[in-house]
Write a protein that binds this ligand. Structure first.
Ligand code: KIV
Ligand code: ZN
Length: 513
């Protein structure tokens, strides 16, 4: 029997730390359910002590998820660890993941602690955590840039205190595959009790090598857990991408000789859900989940694939969840067909009220667009108005005029709480005019960091436009996403979605602060 490689997903914790990617409790719960369908072994659901919002999200996920272990991050102190344990109380299988920095730079400049103090703190924290939870993971933050002699002392000590998983982060994405692999192997060889714990890799992508480094940590170093995120979501250049690492180990089983428990057909639905929830678009040429990942454009390739698929394809699109027949529903489709399609796509709405709201929007869309694709359904379900009917800002109607040689003009009616407002403005274009009209009433003062439009389904101008708007205000960065066949409407929806996020009082502290 081949060894198993544990897949630890941290989309909801490290991925969420990406500016603008913060998610509501319900959004996190929906993604956690998809991660469970994907059969990830461990879901890092958040950082319970960082905010009440994150505590509630970890708690809800711990109560809902039955198949995967649910984990919360905690700094190496009693308060954080107790908060994590409390949030995880309802979990079928729980893990506490505690960390403290061990590199000279972090200890001296950030923690202002000596080596001996860090060592002591690490030991005390693991002892404390083990009294609350059987399954305890320890991470020496900035581990890869730490002095190996000191790191070995810390790791040996925390294993003695009962740590069950040791995770060695390349926190700043500084590693090179061969060196990182050797680093993990050397630690495992030098720590006398290393066989008492599972070794894990956690790589950031600053030099574009997070996946390669993680795989080297597995192959050369002997790690048996990989920490990763859907679409490689994460701060700066992101984390190791789950879909790439899983498909590498699967496709090159001859090389790795490892089993992964992932249901790969759930990869693309997971990728779309994360992208549509966070507004972080997947680049078209992204491995496995990019729109072009299986598209053969050149005549030679097309010819080859038609004659024998494996001439140019090392994976099958359907094995990672790209459905072969994408046209799914139309305006004559009924509620049952719609519900069935939601199920096939792995979308579980929380209540019949949510299904009804989604179905009403589906009918509305089908009136305007003849073919409804899977992507349309996912966008529709991701639309905040389906699941959060009482959002503070809601679009009521939009009229805009643009004509060659004339300055575009927009009139927008929207709800702000219980009150209805009408606003109008000129602008450089119809989108600019519409957003300026809203801003003239709302006066959020938010700075727009990003505006992007993407066709949800490629190949035709009949596609819905999906717009992402990123706003910054008062030290917070939020993303709003909106979809509609009319890109001006999609833009207004995205803008209001971002304002709703700014309006919600969810506050956070940085996990590595
Ligand atoms: O990158 C990092 O060091 C982390 C730790 C908190 C595990 O995310
Ligand atoms: Zn990290």
């Amino acid at each position: 029997m081949a060894d198993k490689l544990i897949i630890f997903d941290t989309t909801l914790r490290d991925g969420e730390q990406s500016p603008g990617a913060s998610m509501t409790r319900d959004e996190k719960l929906r993604i956690a359910r998809q991660l469970e369908r994907l059969r990830v072994d461990v879901i890092e659901a958040g950082f319970a002590a960082s905010s009440n919002g994150d505590f509630e999200a970890v708690k809800a996920i711990a109560e809902a998820i039955k198949e995967s272990t649910v984990c919360s991050l905690a700094r190496a102190n009693d308060r954080d660890i107790s908060r994590a344990a409390e949030a995880l109380k309802g979990a079928t299988r729980a893990r506490i993941h505690t960390f403290i920095a061990t590199s000279e730079l972090h200890m001296e400049k950030k923690l202002r602690m000596t080596r001996e103090q860090v060592l002591e703190q690490a030991k005390l924290s693991i002892r404390f955590a083990r009294n609350l939870c059987e399954d305890v993971e320890f991470s020496p933050e900035d581990g890869y840039r730490s002095d190996p002699d000191f790191l070995c002392r810390v790791l040996e000590a925390v294993i003695k205190e009962g740590a069950t998983t040791l995770n060695i982060p390349d926190t700043v994405g500084y590693a090179i595959p061969e060196l990182y692999g050797n680093f993990i192997r050397d630690l495992r060889e030098r720590v006398p009790n290393s066989d008492k714990a599972i070794w894990s890799v956690h790589c950031h992508n600053d030099l574009g090598m997070a996946v390669a480094n993680s795989l080297a940590g597995v192959k050369i170093g002997g790690a048996r857990q990989v920490e990763c995120t859907i679409n490689g979501l994460g701060e700066r250049a992101g984390n190791c991408s789950l879909e790439e690492v899983v498909m590498a180990v699967r496709t090159r089983r001859d090389h790795f000789g490892l089993e992964v428990g992932i249901d790969t057909t759930q990869i693309v639905p997971a990728s779309r859900l994360v992208s549509q929830t966070t507004g972080f678009i997947v680049q078209p040429n992204k491995a496995v989940v990019g729109a072009n990942a299986f598209a053969h454009a050149s005549g030679i390739h097309q010819d080859g694939v038609l004659k024998a698929r494996d001439t140019y394809e090392i994976m099958r699109a359907e094995d990672v969840g790209w459905s072969a027949n994408k046209i799914v529903l139309g305006k004559l489709s009924g509620r049952n067909a719609f519900k069935q399609r939601l199920q096939d796509l792995g979308i579980a709405l929380d209540s019949e009220t949510d299904v009804n709201a989604a179905f009403a929007r589906f009918k509305d869309l089908a009136d305007r667009k003849s073919d409804i694709f899977d992507e349309d359904i996912i966008a529709l379900v991701g639309d905040e108005s389906v699941t959060h009917e009482r959002e503070h800002f809601r679009l009521l109607s939009l009229a805009q005029r643009s004509e060659t040689g004339e300055r575009p003009h927009a009139q927008v009616a929207f709800a702000m709480g219980e009150a209805e407002h009408r606003a109008e403005s000129d602008g450089n274009g119809p989108v600019d005019a519409s957003l300026k009209a809203i801003e003239s009433k709302v006066q959020s003062g938010a700075e727009m960091l990003l505006y992007s439009v993407n066709a949800i389904t490629s190949g035709s101008t009949e596609s819905q436009g999906e717009v992402t708007v990123r706003l910054q205000h008062g030290g917070r960065v939020v993303n709003g996403v909106g979809a509609d066949p009319d890109i001006v409407v999609a833009s207004v929806k995205a803008y209001l979605a971002a304002l709703n996020k700014l309006h919600s009082k969810t506050e956070r502290v940085a996990a590595q602060g």
